[in-house]
Design a protein around this ligand. Structure first.
Ligand code: ADP
Ligand code: MG
Length: 251
């Protein structure tokens, strides 16, 4: 039996992003080709400055490519107006950052409701939806708390709930465990595992092997280019980890 291929969500062709700093040109993205299907779970790895965040910003429609083609959900984003692109960003993209980026004055519930402000639904249905997604990330009992009354892991859960509330095509997480201790990081990664099992498409940026090993496909970047893109089992770094695990395991 052949497995039915999932729908193509993302297609990048020869994408560049060039920053101009004074007279210097920085090729932050230097000819990226990338295809991503629904329910993939991808880790993007690479040293600091290799272009990971720039790639996420372009994928998330926070920024535009300097040249090249970017198709999201069958739509060519390169020709869209800024307003159309902002709509795509609000409706189709969920973003999670290392620094949570929550609004400090607002409760967890209000933070998660924020992206629904433009939706046509009434406040009651918006509230219900925000509550549901907070329950989904395990924070049903913290909805009235403000960010400074929450732990780091809980703050990141609120941010993940906010990213999911519009039911995005893709969840983009840029170093989501970078500000968390290792135990809390593992809890957040378990939550990503759960979301992936529930069908969510995820791209996660990290420079840590133990974080990337949760993903099913691992992309390595260097100098704005992708130099390796393999299923996790075939990734050289991960292969070694499996061997180590086997060596350490019982005979
Ligand atoms: N707004 C910017 N203006 C100028 N250069 C930038 C800007 N953002 C990033 N860069 C440069 O682009 C390259 C890639 O940066 P970035 O995507 O942030 O890398 P990473 O997330 O992998 O650390 C780096 O050389 C960085 O200095
Ligand atoms: Mg970065």
């Amino acid at each position: 039996m052949t497995e039915k291929a999932e729908k193509l969500i993302i297609r990048l062709q020869n994408v560049t992003r060039i920053y101009k700093v004074g007279v210097e040109l920085i090729h932050a993205l230097d000819g990226i080709d990338l295809e991503l299907r629904k329910n993939e779970y991808v880790a993007v790895m690479g040293a600091s400055g290799s272009g990971k965040s720039t790639l996420m910003n372009v994928l998330g429609c926070l920024d535009r490519a300097t040249s090249g083609y970017y198709e999201l959900d069958d739509k060519d984003t390169t020709k869209m107006s800024d307003a159309a692109l902002a709509n795509v960003r609000n409706e189709r993209i969920g973003f999670v950052f290392q620094s949570f980026e929550l609004l400090g004055q607002l409760s967890a519930l209000k933070n998660v409701e924020m992206p629904l402000i433009y939706s046509r639904n009434g406040w009651w249905s918006r509230r219900k939806r925000a509550k549901n997604v907070l329950e989904r990330v395990g924070l049903g009992d913290r909805i009235k708390h403000k960010p400074n009354q929450l732990s780091g892991g809980e703050k990141q859960r609120v941010a993940i709930a906010r990213a999911l509330v519009c039911n995005p095509s893709i969840l983009l997480a840029d170093e989501p465990t970078g500000n968390l201790d290792s135990k809390t990081s593992e809890e957040i990664l378990k939550l990503f595992d759960q979301l992936h099992r529930e069908g969510q498409t995820i791209i996660l940026v990290t420079h840590e092997k133990h974080v990337a090993r949760h993903a099913k496909r691992i992309i390595h970047m260097r100098d704005g280019q992708i130099y390796s893109d393999l299923p996790r089992e075939q990734d050289p770094a991960y292969k070694n980890t499996i061997q180590n695990d086997v060596r350490k395991g019982p005979k």
